[in-house]
Design a protein around this ligand. Structure first.
Ligand code: ZN
Length: 753
């Protein structure tokens, strides 16, 4: 358990831009940051991050939320796990008691596996550095490969001793469950209990993008051929070969910075290149690249250069995997090395500058490279030649960008001495085929997702129809091969309400709207309430709504909304305490601001010619700065008030409340849609609360009234004649309330029908 103060400290410290940046390359745009969404296969930036609001949101797939939410979803962690992650990131110490056996058992399997791997990784590192065997065998090997201490440390290389079950014994002694050791693949069960999978090997931990150890690769140092050179962890719930790229954790920042990455084959290649100063290098670990790999890479760059051994086998392998990359719209280059080299040997034999020069001279466009290879293969055999051309044309047809396809067609016609139009026709033919195939795949996928969604979506959380319109997509989101390109916008599955439930439905819609106002603006100052004793008390949106509900004896009918409301009310006291602190700090900041502005503008003032002009200029400047400061102060205070509840609710330990708050908070991220920015003056909802809040409350009351009227009408339809007079009277009463209510709000009553 993490104590409340620590949780608060973590939430206060975590900066959403900083947190998201660890996984997504973000660019500044207006008041927000944007990048490629890590939750779907994003081609154009759809992922928005608002630092002011502390939230992020994808406008294509709808994922997002607070920093805690983001980490939960991205790293597949539970709420407390995500908090621990953030605590580690910001070096906030969490006092945790030693876990009992039961607690260890109770923790999620995933967390337990990661914990075990982390412990194992440190264990292997210790074995390498602190045991005689580790130093003599493991460290000597790494040194022979030219790895220095910093590199060994950065990649957390280790050593697993020769003993039959040394690791197994140590892990059991540490309190780890044997089943966990087997599940994660570090040990293999046998009739003596278990033994070590990686015994007598140097260890390469495989980390996910967040730096968590999810698997290991072990290389034997024995010379005999009966032993497999490399052994890898088996797949588990934390490790899927299809999605993991070796070295991405260490390389991601550099990849994003250079907007380019190199793909090599093995662990040693990555490490050697990294040490040689080429830090934007990753490895597919011997398997062909999958969509999962590409998805991971494309968060950081679309420019990929494949490096491979220049021998025939290397070239063939290089060509095979690339169509997948083309389809995803990546810009692919190839860099064949001299036939006797691999990246590891190559960078060790050459200086940084030599390698750089080699890259400059030999990096080639993939289509060109493939064309020359297949042509050379075909020689003058006409049948082979036709097959070769078809092969290249198919690769071109996969490329999503039309202009790129046309350029390649032109070059192809030169290379193959063929009519350009004929090649273009061929490309079109294959492209149509691919599109048909992808469309089918997409439809199947959508059908699957829809079935899942229908089974899982509780009706009470469904948004109102007027909120169902999908958010605006970035202008160039659509790509060319399908009208429904990109993932389907998340359209909540809402069955249109039947006539009889219409009134109930309206109530939910109105309640939802009131809750939305509370989440986004609950602590904003709404009005000054004057009490009978003459005192005037500033009242927040939340307090105003609460007063009204108490007066009318109303409450939320939806249990989730009710919970949000109750939690929000509990925040009133801490809010006022915090507001005091905030105001004190703000006052200080504004004084500093004025002093600084004045001193910066001194020169300007001193330029004045005579003393009268000097005083004038000084006064003018001072007034200018003071009004600027006053405006700034108002803005900051409003921003603070507006974000207070939303910050609390978006990070709270209640899955449903947190989800709802995040959805509603991200619903109105400002300045995101083009519609907003079309106007020169953006009137924010926050500035219209004084009109908005009462209207929404009355709308809700009105909907409740309609519900009651409806119920009475239904009763009348089925009633005994002797019950009728009473029911008619009740109906009349409700009508008169409706009349009064309508008089209060006049034509402001807008029913969202
Ligand atoms: Zn997305």
């Amino acid at each position: 358990m993490i104590d409340h103060n620590t949780v608060q400290q973590i939430l206060d410290t975590a900066d959403i831009v900083d947190v998201v940046s660890d996984f997504v390359a973000l660019k500044h745009r207006g008041a927000n940051w944007i990048g490629l969404c890590p939750f779907h296969n994003d081609r154009r930036p759809s992922f928005y991050v608002s630092r002011a609001k502390g939230i992020c949101k994808c406008f294509a797939c709808g994922e997002g939320g607070s920093a805690v939410n983001f980490i939960m979803k991205h790293e597949q962690l539970s709420y407390p796990e995500a908090l621990r992650y953030l605590a580690r990131k910001y070096h906030i110490e969490i006092q945790e008691k030693e876990l009992t056996d039961e607690e260890k058992q109770a923790q999620s399997e995933r967390e337990a596996m990661l914990m075990l791997n982390e412990w194992a990784c440190s264990y292997f590192e210790k074995q390498l550095h602190e045991t005689q065997m580790g130093q003599d065998v493991g460290l000597t090997y790494f040194r022979e490969r030219g790895f220095n201490d910093a590199t060994i440390k950065e990649f957390r290389l280790g050593y697993s001793s020769e003993g039959y079950n040394d690791f197994y014994q140590a892990a059991i002694a540490q309190g780890f469950n044997p089943k966990l050791l087997f599940d994660v693949g570090l040990c293999i069960p046998d009739d003596r209990g278990g033994h070590d999978r990686f015994r007598g090997r140097v260890m390469f931990p495989i980390m996910n993008i967040a730096g968590k150890v999810i698997a290991f690769g072990g290389r034997t140092l024995r010379k005999d051929k009966e032993v497999a050179k490399y052994v890898n962890s088996p797949e588990s719930i934390i490790y899927s070969k299809r999605d993991v790229i070796y070295g991405l954790y260490q390389a991601k920042r550099e990849i994003s910075k250079q907007d380019k990455c190199f793909i090599v084959e093995g662990y040693a290649d990555v490490i050697s290149m990294h040490q040689a100063g080429f830090k934007n290098v990753i490895a597919s670990s011997g398997t062909a690249l999958t969509e999962g790999h590409i998805h991971a890479i494309r968060r950081f760059t679309t420019n990929v250069t494949e490096m491979f051994d220049g021998d025939e086998a290397g070239v063939k392998a290089a060509i095979r995997g690339v169509d997948m990359l083309l389809k995803e719209g990546l810009n692919i280059k190839v860099l064949p090395l001299p036939p006797e080299d691999d990246p590891d040997t190559f960078v060790r034999a050459h200086s940084y500058v030599e390698v750089e020069d080699y890259i400059k001279e030999n990096e080639a466009d993939f289509i060109h490279f493939k064309s020359s290879v297949v042509l050379k293969d075909a020689q003058n055999d006409p049948i082979k030649r036709t097959a070769a051309i078809t092969d290249v044309v198919k690769s071109i047809a996969i490329i999503p960008d039309e202009i790129a396809r046309m350029v390649y067609a032109k070059e192809c016609s030169n290379l193959f001495s063929m009519d350009e139009q004929a090649i273009l026709r061929q490309i079109k033919h294959y492209r149509n085929k691919f599109i048909e195939q992808w469309r089918k795949e997409r439809q199947q996928q959508q059908a699957r997702e829809q079935r899942l969604a229908q089974g899982a979506n509780p009706p009470s959380n469904s948004p109102a129809p007027d909120e169902m319109a999908p958010p605006p997509l970035p202008e160039d989101f659509q790509d060319d091969y399908s009208p429904q390109a990109g993932p389907a916008p998340i359209a909540p599955i809402t069955t249109p309400p039947s006539h009889s439930s219409r009134a109930t439905y309206d109530v939910t819609v109105q309640e939802r709207e009131v809750i939305r106002l509370i989440i986004n603006y609950g602590m904003c100052h709404l009005i000054d309430t004057e009490y009978q004793d003459g005192s005037v008390v500033p009242t927040t949106v939340l307090e105003f709504i609460n007063n009204e509900l108490e007066y009318d004896k109303m409450s939320f009918s939806d249990p989730l909304f009710k919970r949000v409301f109750e939690i929000s009310k509990q925040q009133i006291k801490p809010f006022y305490a915090d507001l005091q602190r905030f105001n004190d700090g703000l006052k200080e900041r504004m004084e500093q601001f004025i002093t600084q502005e004045m001193s910066e503008n001194n020169d300007e003032v001193l330029d004045a010619l005579d003393s009268a002009a000097l005083i004038n200029a000084q006064e003018r400047k001072e007034n200018e700065i003071k009004s600027k400061a006053a405006l700034k102060e108002i803005n900051e205070r409003q921003e603070y008030r507006a974000s207070y509840l939303q910050r609390v609710l978006c990070s709270i330990d209640d899955d449903q409340v947190r989800q709802l708050a995040c959805d509603m908070a991200t619903d109105n991220l400002p300045q995101l849609s083009k519609i907003h920015t079309q106007y020169t003056v953006i009137v924010e909802e926050r500035d219209k609360l004084i009109d908005l809040v009462p209207v929404r409350l009355y709308n809700w009351k009105n909907a409740l009234l309609e519900l009651k009227i409806n119920e009475i009408k239904n009763k009348i339809a089925k009633a005994d004649p002797n019950e009728l007079p009473q029911l008619m009277k009740a109906l009349q009463e409700q009508y008169s309330v409706r009349h009064k209510l309508a008089a209060i709000i006049g034509d402001r009553v807008v029913n969202p029908k």
